[in-house]
Write a protein that binds this ligand. Structure first.
Ligand SMILES: Cc1cc2nc3c(=O)[nH]c(=O)nc-3n(C[C@H](O)[C@H](O)[C@H](O)COP(=O)(O)OP(=O)(O)OC[C@H]3O[C@@H](n4cnc5c(N)ncnc54)[C@H](O)[C@@H]3O)c2cc1C
Ligand code: SF4
Length: 813
């Protein structure tokens, strides 16, 4: 091997992974001259960040970006790396390691860090082609290759790894079904509520799930073709990822006679049954536990490095672990205990609208666990409390529940109180002290600079808020991030809505991914907040070239129907102005009978809603109805509610029905920042409730009154009078200008009731009522936006490909 002869002790590491190399790095810091080090690594690569494999799979990171210690690091530090070579046998008596290239290396101290292997279910067919685990770069390559030739993938295992693999394959364009043995996803970290929310979110992103399924056989000739479950059902698939768990890789240790159980047995200093041999990382078993996450490995490595360098150290006493899922748009965090149980008190908040859930568990008033979904800002602090089993106080309770504003509370109190050696970034073992030192010694002032310099927040990103707080604490007023805070589009970027729209316009960006690339999104895949928003903004700025990105839409808008509690859909056909005909009613009745619709309901917007339609029936229902989509599921122009008006009503002064139909036909199908409802009344008696609509019209003797910004939902708001007009033409023109002004200046998701409060009624009046030039421009732009809009139901009915892609059900026999 051409190794230099020195008097230094020989330290050999088997396993060039995270745990082993972190220990070596720490040894180099403590006493660089103590050992002559040889690293034997089976993988033909330098040490890389395994936890980022899902980013490699989906293509958001290159392998080079994942490397932790490149080849030059080994050279610079005088460490001999045998890459692509496996250790095959350990001779404890003569202290030699035999390697796959036929050579041997002797040691004074041996460090085993062989990690884990994927657990492959011991069932018939497991050796067929087209089945991989998810552990290393090679597995990712195989998955990528499969995605280019196969259509359907199955992933066995609904835990952290399985979900990341499934999402990666979905991004690569495969149709992915996750098969899980239990009724809850991530059942070892989440309770049923969080797991249900997670599943709904992932289904919204396009994943399919088969729960409570025990796979008993894999069928196919040479290659996997289908899975058979214990209940007799089957799933067809072209490719299978096994993510049903991991097994510590103890083969070498067991064969040479070291004491092993599930893992290689170690004491509190990572020493095995042979005093010259140590084991660190996922391959070991300490006090009965083998860990499967990186944070404990750093804690073990820290104790071991000190022990090997003769530096006094406390024994390793085990770790409390936390889990964060690294799937874009899904914020999930869990630490310590997570299930309700006798003897535990639970603080729980759930908000189904904002899709957030927070649960904190107490035993004898001490914090012993937590589960967060949707908003994980409190994760770092909660994890610290869980680790310390902090006593619950009124202040902590108020902070957690947001039930009171704590006067004078210092937002940086948490990081101020942290000792310097406390780990901030669990994935990369970076302490508060290392970050503070990087800021002061190297003049760093942004999270990105700290990421590049120390590695903190480089992997899962969970510690980013804490890194920001340490920056603010260390730099004080000099920290730009804490001042001039702009409202960013979401946590994936520092750019505001205005920046994003300006970039779309100025740089002529026309795809969601392009926007995220150009504006250097932190999270290259975006999330469920930013992706639909960007998609909308692109359509608003460039209607003529806009290609709707279905992947960036929520499930309702992607499928053009409203998903219901039981997984069926609701269908609301367009009935202009709330007017229907006997012929339409007959068709609706026939379709309702034929497709066994559970209920036909008249909506608040005067439409008929067919509730309980199966997903696979949707295209047939639409075809047989022959009516356009009512967009009842979308952030778009919804219904125009009308009263009977002058046609029939004794009080009517205006023809509200005709005006309602005209408005609805003119503006239907327009995408909006939020749902947009209209109403037209024939007189001020207001039977169609115009004053709680986004755009409400009341007829009077001399013309029309226009009311805007009303809302009859959760936040009741009476509409404001915008202006009065005399003619129908002027009314349509003002409606167009108003709708377009809102489309251009509304934040995605912001109803007109909030928008008006934000920008002010006067500003709107000046823009579209007083300024005729501006009104004309807005009308021109809305006319352009109205060109080329198609009925989405018709599109699906006419395109078999779309039906197949979006509405075909899972093949479960
Ligand atoms: C896709 C994925 C995502 C993950 N995400 C997270 C996450 O978000 N958070 C988290 O905390 N953890 C995560 N983990 C787990 C984390 O990666 C592991 O806990 C960590 O890598 C374990 O480190 P290790 O050094 O013990 O083992 P490894 O990193 O597996 O390193 C072991 C090395 O030893 C080599 N080896 C084995 N046998 C031999 C031999 N005989 N000779 C030579 N070399 C050998 C292996 O090839 C491997 O390179 C993830 C893991 C995967 C696979
Ligand atoms: S709003 Fe006036 S016109 Fe319309 S139905 Fe009521 S009373 Fe008649």
């Amino acid at each position: 091997m051409g190794m230099e002869m020195t008097n230094r002790e020989k330290l050999v590491l088997i396993g060039n992974g995270v745990a082993g190399m972190n220990t070596i790095e720490q040894i180099m810091k403590l006493d660089p001259d103590k050992y002559e080090i040889t690293v034997i690594g089976k993988e033909p690569h330098p040490n890389y960040n395994r936890i980022q494999l899902s980013y490699l799979l989906e293509g958001s990171k290159t392998f080079d970006e994942m490397i932790l210690n490149d080849y030059s690091w080994y050279e610079r530090n005088g460490v001999t790396l045998c890459a692509g070579i496996a250790a095959e046998r350990i001779d404890l008596a003569s202290k030699f390691v035999h390697m796959s290239d036929g050579t041997t290396v002797s040691y004074d101290r041996l460090l085993i860090a062989t990690g884990s292997k994927p657990f492959m279910l011991p069932i018939p067919g497991i050796d067929k082609e087209g089945i991989v685990g998810f552990r290393d770069v090679q597995d990712c390559e195989r998955m990528k290759a499969a995605a280019s030739t196969c259509r359907k993938a199955a992933v066995i295992g609904g835990g952290l790894l399985g979900l990341e693999a499934a999402k990666g394959l979905l991004k690569l364009g495969m149709e992915v079904t996750v098969v899980h043995l239990f009724s809850d996803l991530m059942e070892r970290q989440l309770d049923t509520t969080a797991s249900t929310m997670l599943r709904a979110e992932l289904e919204g992103q396009g994943l399919r799930f088969l729960m409570n399924k025990k796979t008993v056989e894999i069928s196919g000739d040479e290659r996997v073709k289908s899975l058979r479950f214990e209940d007799g059902t089957e799933l067809e698939t072209d490719f299978l990822v096994m993510a049903a768990g991991i097994v510590p890789d103890t083969a070498l240790a067991r064969e040479c006679g070291l004491e092993t159980a599930r893992g290689i047995i170690v004491n509190d200093y990572m020493q095995t049954s042979d005093t010259h041999v140590y084991a660190v990382g996922e391959c070991n078993q300490h006090r009965g536990v083998s860990y499967g996450l990186v944070a404990p490995l750093f804690e073990q490595g820290s104790v071991l490095a000190k022990h090997l360098c003769g530096v006094p150290t406390e024994p390793y006493q085990g770790s409390v672990v936390s889990t964060k899922l690294k799937i874009s748009g899904v914020d999930v965090f869990s630490a310590g205990e997570f299930q309700d149980a006798p003897g535990l008190d639970v603080i729980r908040t759930q908000d189904n609208w904002s899709k957030t859930y927070k649960k904190v568990l107490l035993r004898d008033n001490r914090i012993v666990g937590c589960v967060l979904f949707g908003d994980v800002h409190d994760s770092a602090q909660l994890f610290k409390w869980v680790k310390a089993e902090e006593a619950m106080t009124r202040e902590i309770h108020e902070q957690l529940t947001g039930s009171a504003h704590i006067e004078g509370a210092d937002p940086l109190a948490f990081v101020t109180a942290m000792p310097a050696d406390e780990i901030v970034c669990g994935c990369n073992g970076v302490t508060k002290g290392m970050i503070v030192q990087a800021i002061t010694d190297q003049g760093l002032s942004t999270v990105d600079e700290i990421k590049a310099c120390t590695g903190a927040s480089r992997s899962c990103g969970g510690c980013k808020p804490m890194v920001e707080q340490i920056l603010a604490l260390t730099l004080g007023d000099r920290y730009e991030g804490s001042k001039n805070a702009v409202e960013t589009l979401c946590g994936c970027t520092t750019h505001s809505r205005e920046d994003v729209i300006a970039a779309i316009r100025d740089k002529r960006l026309t795809h969601v991914r392009e926007v995220m690339n150009v504006l250097e999104w932190h999270n290259p895949e975006g999330c469920t907040k930013c992706r639909p928003a960007i998609n909308y903004y692109i359509g608003m700025v460039w209607p003529e070239v806009f290609e709707d990105e279905k992947d960036s839409r929520f499930v309702n808008e992607r499928l053009h129907a409203n998903i219901q509690k039981d997984g069926t859909y609701s269908v609301v056909p367009r009935m202009y102005g709330g007017v229907t005909t006997p012929e339409q009613l007959r068709k609706i009745a026939d379709v309702a009978d034929k497709y066994e619709v559970k209920m036909v309901k008249v909506t608040g917007g005067q439409r008929l809603d067919l509730l309980g339609v199966k997903k696979e029936d949707l295209p047939h229902v639409w075809e047989e109805l022959g009516m356009p989509s009512g967009y009842a599921y979308a952030k778009a122009i919804r219904t125009v509610k009308t009263c009977v008006g002058s046609t029939f009503c004794r009080f009517g002064t205006q023809d509200s029905i005709s005006m309602g139909i005209l408005l609805e036909k003119k503006f239907e199908r327009l995408w909006m920042p939020a749902k947009f409802k209209m109403a037209v009344n024939g007189c001020p008696r207001n039977c169609a409730e115009a004053e709680i609509k986004d755009f409400g019209i009341i007829g009077n003797d001399g013309g029309w009154e226009i009311y805007v910004g009303g809302n009859g939902g959760v936040k009741l708001r009476a509409a404001d009078l915008l202006c009065k007009v005399k003619t129908d033409e002027e009314l349509i023109e003002l409606a167009g200008a108003f709708i377009q002004f809102y489309r251009e200046t509304g934040k995605y998701g912001e109803r007109t009731s909030d928008w008006i409060e934000r920008i002010g009624l006067q500003a709107i009046i000046q823009e579209i009522v007083d300024n005729l030039e501006r009104r004309k421009e807005l009308v021109e732009r809305i006319e352009q936006a109205l060109q080329g809009l198609h009925d989405p139901w018709k599109e699906v009915v006419e395109q078999e490909g779309l039906q197949h892609q979006l509405y075909e059900t899972l093949q479960v026999k």
